[in-house]
Design a protein around this ligand. Structure first.
Ligand code: ADP
Ligand code: TRP
Length: 336
């Protein structure tokens, strides 16, 4: 067992990360690395369910890894690896299927949502379009977590059911084989309050699926354009404005220093500051924050960078843990 508590999370390798992902997931995960034993991995086999284009998947895997490293992940401290590089995960998945009730999977949100969509569309077969990867998704995720003897799993609220399933599956295993080996029961760690939910360029929650996101590594000229396009009302420059209902101000206050945000708040409330000026300020703050990271990101993505070596090294160190866990599990079930 690790000396400190183990934090593990999986990152889907789909699409370019945006500044909402940075505030909601990347930044807190990097902070946690200062005080916990951290393992962050790229859930590439999970992403295979949604991405059927090999070229795109290959690119996305490297792009997500480069993004985390560019944001400051220290690979000597945090194990960064690809799920697909840990064969023990897949062997454990098979073992876990034998202690997991099918009914539990029938109740999984993503699977139920697929059936509901089929029902609404009048399909005769409610399982139409559902592959086994989607159905088994929670078991693979439980294996990701349990193979590393994880204590805590920082994730968004949308993943809560998956974490509870991993805990249930660990409980079922412990109930049967606990005399020989027990998995630690993993717990989810969820973001608190609404403060960490960033609005997108249309005022709704920023999300790739709403196409209202600001990618983290946009080139300067495109970043400027995206910020300019954020809709604002037609309050004249001289009039006082409410910072709390402005998406531009909310974004600014996540990235500017406290003093600067307080100063801007005062100026908006007093009147005399126009939306255009506020947007210029947001652009400047975003560009200062992400500019240096963008350079590092591009370096890492270039062929011949140290990215692949970092991932290989992370996987090798992660496998020391996964091999040890799997050996105990196999012995516990009688396959040793
Ligand atoms: P998206 O909605 O863009 O597809 P994901 O669902 O892949 O984003 O989220 C990945 C991580 O980023 C999760 O931990 C999630 O909580 C966080 N996240 C996503 N969007 C936001 C947002 N607008 N504000 C804060 N955190 C976010
Ligand atoms: N399902 C997670 C998501 O969509 C990704 C993931 C896969 C994960 N395996 C995990 C998260 C294990 C935490 C732990 O975001």
């Amino acid at each position: 067992m690790a000396a400190t508590t183990t934090y593990l999370t999986g990152i889907q390798t789909s699409g370019e990360p945006h500044i909402g992902n940075y505030i909601g997931a990347i930044k807190p995960a990097l902070t946690a690395a200062n005080s916990h034993d951290t393992l962050y991995f790229l859930a590439d086999y999970h992403s295979l369910n949604s991405t059927k284009d090999p070229e795109k998947l290959r690119h996305d895997i490297r792009s997500v890894a480069a993004a985390w490293l560019a944001c400051g992940l220290d690979p000597t401290r945090t194990l960064l690896y690809r799920q697909s590089a840990i064969p023990e995960v897949f062997e454990l998945t098979v073992i876990l299927t034998s202690v997991t009730a099918k009914g539990l999977m029938n109740r999984a949100h993503a699977y139920k949502a697929a059936r509901d969509r089929n029902e609404a569309a009048g399909a005769a077969d409610l399982d139409s379009g559902v592959n086994m990867g989607l159905f088994n998704y929670p078991i693979l995720m439980a294996a990701d977590i349990l193979i590393m003897e994880t204590d805590y799993v920082p994730v968004g609220r949308d993943q809560q059911q998956h974490i509870e399933y991993a805990a249930d599956i660990a409980g079922a295993f412990n109930h049967l084989y606990g005399e020989h080996y027990r998995f630690p029961i993993p717990q989810g760690v969820y973001p608190e309050g609404e403060a960490s939910v960033l609005p997108g360029t249309d005022g709704r929650k920023m999300s790739k699926s709403y196409d209202n996101h600001i990618p983290m590594f946009l080139p300067e000229n495109r970043l400027k354009k995206v910020v300019r396009r954020i809709p604002t009302d037609s309050t004249p420059v001289e009039d006082p404005k409410d910072p709390d209902t402005s998406a531009v101000f909310q974004l600014l206050s996540q990235f500017a220093s406290e003093e600067r945000a307080a100063e801007t708040r005062k100026r908006l409330e007093a009147g005399g500051m126009g939306w255009g000026e506020l947007k210029n300020e947001l652009f400047e703050v975003l560009n200062t924050t992400f500019g240096p990271m963008r350079e590092r990101y591009e370096e890492l993505l270039a062929p011949g960078s140290d990215l692949d070596d970092i991932l290989a090294d992370g996987a090798e160190r992660a496998r020391q843990r996964s091999r040890a866990t799997l050996a105990k599990v196999r012995a516990a079930v009688g396959i040793d």
